[in-house]
Design a protein around this ligand. Sequence first.
Ligand code: NAP
Length: 174
Amino acid sequence: MKIAVYGASGYQAKLVLAELSRRDIDAVLVGRNAGRLREAAASAGIADVERQVADVDDHDTLVAAFRACDSVINCAGPFTPSGRRVVRAAIAAGCHYVDTAGEQLYIKSVFDTFSDDAERAGVTVIPAANDACVGHRRSRCGCGRGCTRRSTRRWRSRCGLGSSTAHSGRSVRP
Ligand SMILES: NC(=O)c1ccc[n+]([C@@H]2O[C@H](COP(=O)([O-])OP(=O)(O)OC[C@H]3O[C@@H](n4cnc5c(N)ncnc54)[C@H](OP(=O)(O)O)[C@@H]3O)[C@@H](O)[C@H]2O)c1
């Protein structure tokens, strides 16, 4: 099995890469910045792993990056502006799709937009395959030290969450 990790240079992706390694599953690191992908591969202890540079705006390159994979795990948030383009490319490449989104309107739009395409392509699309949701995390990060969305900087620096998590939280703020 081979799994493409999109947004492979971020915090969530780091956890995903560790889990794929633990399960001995081949990964392809995909993202918009070659240098950050190289650093991510090195810090995950898989410096020689396959890496593909593909911007979300470049459908053909994204499809080509995913083509030889069975599934795509999309960790590139915030998902509201870019996630649908990754879903579309994954389906076009014949890959199953999972992401870590917690942005409710984005999640709904994936079901609304892609259910028929996914069924026709014979792939499964699962947005928001996560351990919590942004709506929860934006009010309390769970570290027990009182980090809240009003203290995002402290939340990030103490708990190591990526900046995109904070952006995602802001994107669903009522
Ligand atoms: N629901 C949950 O349980 C849960 C928990 C945590 C996080 N999340 C979500 O997961 C997402 C990632 O969080 P994180 O903490 O890993 O963030 P992060 O460390 O900031 O990483 C974000 C990643 O996404 C990439 N990215 C962002 N915008 C992009 C774009 N327009 N095109 C291509 N790549 C883009 C970044 O690439 P560059 O390195 O090139 O900038 C980076 O690889 C967030 O949206 C967050 O809300 C969900």
